[in-house]
Design a protein around this ligand. Structure first.
Ligand code: AR6
Length: 184
């Protein structure tokens, strides 16, 4: 586990499975319909309980790209699931992709703060089925999280849970590039 200090908060990078995280909220890499999908979304629906989660999501849809919605965590260890919709990557418009990806993280953390949550775990939004190059996405994700944490609020722990070694390496390199301070 890599730890970085951001003002009064901690940001962690780890490899693992998001559904197993013992935090106040895990974030789902969702679609605008908030429907059960593949990737991390499929894993979260299976672990939380497919029917209960689908029923909770239905009245909250649609969720436009860049926005987020919150539901209970049902059978998960996490009490809440924040459903964030990242962009499908557009190689012809990387600036719009970056803006929408940053918004997905910012919206999630604003929602967590509104609910008084202290700890939030994110997957690498958009870098699977949605095709966002992970090196670019890592810089956008970490910069957005740092900005939100530095602004203060209830959230004091953000953990990025990366599924594969390549993604963890990309996030570590992004943290280095952005000048993150390793926590003591
Ligand atoms: N824990 C953590 N990360 C995971 C897990 C897991 N259990 N499983 C996969 N990943 P993706 P997207 C990683 O495709 O690109 C769905 O159908 C995965 O290796 O899950 O935002 C939704 O419903 C990758 O690094 O999300 C949407 O329609 C990262 O999570 C669409 O896919 C994100 O990959 C969203 O696509």
């Amino acid at each position: 586990m890599d730890r970085y200090q951001i003002g009064p908060a901690t940001l962690e990078l780890t490899r693992g499975d998001i559904v197993a995280q013992d935090v106040d909220a895990i974030v789902n890499a969702a679609n605008e319909a908030l429907a059960e999908g593949g990737g991390v979304c499929g894993a979260i629906f299976r672990a939380a309980g497919r029917e209960a989660l689908a029923a909770a999501c239905r009245p909250l849809a649609p969720c436009p790209t860049g926005e987020a919605r919150i539901t209970p965590g049902f059978a998960l260890r996490a009490r809440h699931i924040i459903h964030a919709v990242g962009p499908v990557y557009r190689a012809d418009d990387p600036a719009t992709s970056a803006r929408l990806l940053a918004a997905a993280y910012t919206s999630s953390l604003a929602l967590a703060a509104r609910h008084g949550l202290a700890s939030v775990a994110f997957p690498s939004i958009s870098t699977g089925i949605f095709g966002y190059p992970v090196e670019e996405a890592a810089r956008v994700a970490l910069a957005a999280a740092r900005k939100a944490l530095a602004a203060g609020g209830s959230v004091t722990l953000v953990r990025f849970v990366l599924w594969d070694a390549g993604s963890l390496a990309a996030y570590r390199e992004a943290a280095r590039t952005l000048g993150f301070m390793p926590a003591a």
